[in-house]
Design a protein around this ligand. Structure first.
Ligand code: S3P
Length: 172
């Protein structure tokens, strides 16, 4: 596989878990952007935000997208905000298919509520905030995506298999 498969979508849509499954099933290496950034910075995402601010984190994210997208042949699990910058999307599209995962705000809250790893949600762990931010981003996610998959009430293998089916018809 020369191209990348890039998973995008709101926090808690299951990008990392689905990437792992896809990677196993397809025998293609997987890279998680957030994990890559943590390794590069030698600190957690929350610490990057606290110490250097969001803009600095977004710049690191652009570096990450540029480097990983250029390599090809990978399943890349992207941070939820990675497609907000146009430059990032251009890097992604050079060598990749963008798969959008979606979920209802209720599903998202259920999945992320016990985690403190997402600085954007710290202190905002409620349905109203999640719904509002999701609305702000929804159009952007849709416009950059090549393939879209709803994840509510579906198992990980089910989502992975749906992605593979859609990828097949996308290639044709
Ligand atoms: C963010 C999503 C997070 C992480 C950072 C910012 C966002 O990734 O990159 O906390 O702006 O949506 P996940 O979507 O993997 O949680």
């Amino acid at each position: 596989m020369e191209n990348n498969i890039l998973l995008i979508g709101f926090m808690g849509t299951g990008k990392t878990t689905v990437s792992d499954e896809l990677s196993k099933e397809m025998g293609v290496p997987e890279v998680d952007m957030d994990a890559w950034l943590v390794e590069k910075a030698h600190m957690s995402i929350s610490d990057i935000f606290d110490k250097f601010g969001e803009e600095y984190f977004r710049d690191m994210e652009t570096e990450c997208v540029k480097e990983l997208s250029g390599q090809g042949g990978k399943i890349i699990s992207c941070g939820g905000g990675a497609v907000l910058r146009q430059q990032n999307v251009e890097y992604m599209k050079e060598k990749g298919v963008i798969v959008l995962l979606t979920a209802r705000p209720e599903t998202i809250l259920e999945r992320v509520k016990d985690s403190s790893d997402r600085p954007i949600l710290n202190g905002n762990m409620n349905l109203e905030f999640i719904s509002r931010l999701m609305e702000q981003r929804a159009e952007r996610y849709m416009e950059v995506a090549d393939i879209m998959i709803e994840t509510d009430d579906k198992s990980i293998p089910q989502i992975s298999s749906e992605i593979q089916t859609k990828l097949e018809s996308f290639k044709r």
